[in-house]
Design a protein around this ligand. Structure first.
Ligand SMILES: [Fe+2]
Length: 415
């Protein structure tokens, strides 16, 4: 039987103004996708710099594509101020929970040029592009720290980064959270360049994919308090309500996995002077030097049965044993079967290379595996009870190999 032909969509948007050349002749560039609150609608975000007629407007625009056929492959073009973009494709995710999402996780990636160019190299990007062409994923999670920094040179560094990831992000929803390197001007470059659901300018939100509930948070609220204490509490209250809703029996029975991602880790395997190796990590246990005290998140994650926490910021790969209150629940037998506490992954080796030396790493009580080799992480949610984490290492010889694999089995979500 012949395969079903892809559905053709046309994104019509007229944006105005500017001088920089685009990758094709359309004037539309930095094209990237994101989920909305509705699986049958996807959002296309792009920028333009070319003048159109007498108008002087330019910038970033967002276009929703509603009415998608779940599970089907669609092709689309963007109509920029100077013509049509090249043709891109994406696959709308299936409806319901009975399918197997596959994701790539990256963070701290950087660009090829700039003030940190001697320290960074997005060496993983060609491999992500290849994986995307081979239709290996349904989405990408970028866990903060995009370019160093997006505001640099009046935002041209951010433009460079968005152009760089287009071969991935024009095909796969590119879901984000803010990192510390996005903090300039209250995260304005981050807020304006990405289009996430939730009405918080992408600072915190959640979305569903099959049997998984994903939650994105800003760990940076806890560290850039000059932008306001209130948002720490707003996020905490939202998170508590979101987790309570996800844990309603009728919902968790259908969507049992809960995965949270945010930039700064609660647990890591770096040498001291990193908060995530201390017992009083602010994000984990809160901070009582302020009135009112900042609420820590770990007890909420544990009591809500969060399965997996994805972090970045410390430039290496780290996998924890299931851990709570700094104590590993079990390291013998099969600790990843019904673990009883979140597993923490740090996936921060996609490019920034200041720490890519084994001697910055140390074994902590919660360390199960760590690596300073550049790479990225894959998540595969096979079904309601089994999911697999893989770490891909990118070698200097241009080869990629899987250096860590673990499968979490949980058949007690329903009890
Ligand atoms: Fe960071």
């Amino acid at each position: 039987m012949l395969p079903t032909p892809p559905l053709l969509l046309v994104v019509v948007a007229v944006l105005l103004g500017g001088v920089c050349p685009a990758a094709d002749n359309s004037g539309a560039e930095q094209i990237h996708l994101s989920f909305t609150d509705d699986v049958t609608t996807i959002q296309v975000t792009y920028s333009t710099f070319q003048p159109v007629k007498a108008s002087a407007r330019y910038g970033t625009d967002h276009v929703s594509l509603p009415g998608l056929c779940p599970g089907e492959r669609h092709v689309y073009q963007v109509l920029g101020p100077a013509g049509w973009s090249e043709v891109f494709w994406f696959r709308a995710i299936p409806e319901g929970s009975d399918w197997s999402p596959r994701l790539a996780v990256v963070a701290d990636m950087g660009t090829l040029t700039g003030i940190y160019s001697d320290l960074q190299n997005p060496s993983t990007l060609p491999f992500l592009v290849n994986d995307t062409r081979e239709d290996m994923y349904d989405a990408v999670l970028h866990v903060g720290d995009f370019a160093y920094d997006m505001f640099t040179d009046n935002g041209t560094k951010g433009d460079e980064f968005l152009r760089q990831i287009q071969p991935v992000a024009a095909h796969l929803p590119y879901m984000t959270c803010p990192g510390n390197h996005e903090q300039r001007a209250n995260f304005s470059n981050y807020k304006n360049r990405f289009s996430m659901a939730g009405g918080t300018e992408g600072m915190y939100y959640s979305f569903n994919m099959g049997p998984v509930h994903f939650i994105s948070i800003s760990t940076e609220f806890y560290y850039f308090l000059e932008y306001g204490f209130e948002q720490v509490f707003s996020q905490y209250n939202w998170l508590r309500a979101d987790l309570a809703a996800a844990n309603q029996r009728s919902i968790r029975n259908v969507r049992p996995w809960i995965v949270l991602f945010g930039h700064r880790p609660m647990y890591c395997s770096h040498k001291p002077n990193h908060a995530c190796t201390e017992w009083h990590d602010r994000l984990r246990v809160g901070e009582d030097e302020f009135k009112p005290a900042l609420p820590g998140l770990e007890h909420l994650l544990v009591s809500s049965g969060v399965d997996l926490a994805l972090w970045a910021h410390e430039h290496s790969y780290h996998r924890s044993w299931p851990v709570r209150d700094g104590t590993v629940t079990d390291t013998g037998g099969d600790p990843y079967r019904n673990p009883g506490a979140p597993v923490h992954i740090t996936a921060a080796s996609a490019g920034r290379s200041t720490d890519k030396k084994p001697d910055v790493l140390q074994w902590m009580p919660w360390t199960a595996h760590r690596s300073s080799t550049e790479g990225y992480t894959r998540l595969s949610f096979h079904n309601a009870t089994h999911m697999t984490i893989e770490q891909v290492a990118v070698g200097e010889d241009g080869a990629a190999s899987v250096i860590d694999t673990v499968t979490i089995i949980n058949d007690q979500h329903f009890t």
